[in-house]
Design a protein around this ligand. Structure first.
Ligand code: ADP
Ligand code: MG
Length: 480
């Protein structure tokens, strides 16, 4: 397959649905909280009762504008809503209110490692409900399905990219950056596993050098970044095989099965005319004033790329900066620590080292621990003042996360402060020298690398509390 791959160029465009984190639905007052009693968040509007009218939730529009701006989109002065007709049991109205030819955001882009990926448009729409298939849910019988309409009417922003990606890695990086952006601006949880962010991947192949795109297949049901990459890789090989055997790729929607590691045909792909779009008569076109857009722009928090650049300008490597930004909880914590004036490099070592390791082990977020930015800053200052060694700091940070206790109080209680008193250290050094005559002779005979052995012995005696520099100096002095 590898050599066949070289003959083809891969073209990928993603359609990403981000569930907007509003308290109520896009056109109804029902709550949007996840995990409620089935069908408890279902007003007559959500149920599509005759005579009810949708009322647009302003916060949905605010979030749509904010996301558009973060994605470098234009926000047209006017957008409108349309009905997209299809009959599904989880959408009682028989149509979805979406935006067809006048979406809220157009002509954007984001840059992924220096490569620009175009964003064609982003439009607002309502989500459908959920079908619970009895067999899959472990309910008695397998010949029926239950409908939960709690999710019906939840606001979505569908972000459509240009077909600008050329590999599964690029698609993954684009998706990861989109997720970072919606999370940092606070409009979406970006949780692929729980479905608050969903991705349809459009994939086609064409002979290398060709300017004409091939027919695409659309892959649904990818719910992790690694699954996205696997699904794309599988689909590329499937299409190459078809073309190599003289066949043609058909335009269709395919489902990714992450257990079987393959895509399966779900249905032929609808064209726009199949949906019989028409303007939603119950909602006025939306006028978005330039003042409104400016107001939202003024609220824009720092975006992930700017954060990475700022961290790098503080001396972090590109890798470290990316890893921290990827974990929003840690990045926001780090920002607080920086605001309090801590030395970035020492703070990063703690955050990326002991702290990150502990969080990973416990499967928790930094906000689930009792560590405050103030306490980390205090710990760092103890190290910088030579009150404790870096090693002692590493030993007590986990306790600080568990108990919320200040470093100075742990140090005092356990007598961990560094021994800087020269006479006290000298006494220990002398003791170690006296106890190891053989090594002393070897050292004096030229085996200077034995210095490390002596340092280690002194540290052992002092339980790591002796000031390392003083130990080194005194050893050299005494050993001559
Ligand atoms: P639809 O809504 O019917 O799926 P769109 O025109 O909105 O169709 O396109 C959906 C996605 O498909 C976009 O992200 C676009 O970049 C991508 N796309 C379009 N043509 C191709 C192609 N030949 N190969 C891969 N992706 C494509
Ligand atoms: Mg599509």
């Amino acid at each position: 397959m590898e050599s066949l791959r070289d003959k083809y160029e891969v073209v990928i465009g993603l359609e990403v649905h981000a569930q907007l984190k509003t308290k109520s639905k896009i056109f109804a007052p029902d709550g949007t909280e996840f995990g409620k009693e089935p069908n408890s968040e279902t007003s007559p509007i959500t149920l599509g009762m005759p005579g009810v009218l949708p009322v647009l939730n302003k916060e949905v529009v605010n979030m749509g504008i904010l996301t558009g701006l973060a994605l470098n989109c234009e926000i047209p002065e006017r957008c409108k809503f349309d009905r997209k007709q299809y009959f599904y049991p989880d959408l009682p109205k028989g149509y979805q209110i979406s935006q067809y030819d006048e979406p809220i955001c157009v002509n954007g882009h984001i840059d992924i490692k220096g490569k620009r990926i175009g964003i064609t448009r982003a439009h607002l729409e309502e989500d459908a409900g959920k079908l619970v298939h009895a067999g899959a849910a472990g309910l008695a019988g397998s010949s029926y399905s239950l409908v939960d309409l709690n999710r019906a009417g939840t606001p979505l922003l569908e972000i459509v990219s240009e077909p600008d990606m050329r590999s599964s890695e690029e698609a993954r990086m684009y998706m990861e950056e989109l997720r970072n952006i919606v999370r940092y601006i606070g409009v979406c949880d970006g949780n692929l596993e729980e479905g608050s962010m969903r991705c349809d991947a459009n994939i086609s192949i064409m002979p290398k050098g060709s300017k004409v795109f091939g027919t695409r297949a659309e892959i649904k049901n990818v719910n992790s970044f690694s699954a996205l990459q696997r699904a794309i890789e599988y689909e590329i090989d499937r299409q190459i095989e078809i073309v190599e055997e003289g066949g043609e790729v058909v335009q269709e929607t395919r489902l990714w099965d992450d257990n079987a590691r393959e895509t399966k045909s779900m249905r032929g792909k609808e064209d726009a005319h199949d949906y019989r779009y028409f303007p939603e008569p119950d909602l006025m076109p939306l006028q978005i004033s330039r003042e409104w857009v400016q107001e939202i722009k003024d609220r824009m928090p720092e975006l992930p790329e700017a954060k990475r650049q700022r961290y790098m300008s503080l001396g972090l490597s590109e890798y470290d900066a990316s890893v921290i930004v990827e974990q929003m909880g840690l990045a926001l914590f780090f920002d607080e620590v920086l605001k309090l004036g801590a030395t970035p490099k020492i703070a990063v070592n703690f955050i990326m080292g002991e702290i990150a390791a502990y969080l990973k082990e416990e499967h928790i977020e930094i906000t689930d621990t009792k560590l405050t930015p103030e306490n980390l800053v205090e710990l760092i200052s103890l190290i910088e003042k030579n009150t404790i060694s870096n090693n002692i700091g590493k030993q007590i940070i986990v306790d600080m996360m568990k108990t919320g206790e200040k470093a100075s109080s742990i140090v005092e209680k356990r007598g961990l402060s560094q021994i800087t008193d020269e006479n006290a250290i000298k006494e220990v050094v002398q003791k170690v020298v006296d106890a190891n005559p053989q090594q002393v002779a070897a050292y004096k005979g030229g085996k200077v690398q034995l210095l490390g052995f002596f340092v280690g012995q002194v540290m052992k005696e002092t339980k790591g509390r002796a000031n390392p520099k003083a130990v080194n100096d005194l050893l050299k002095e005494i050993l001559g």
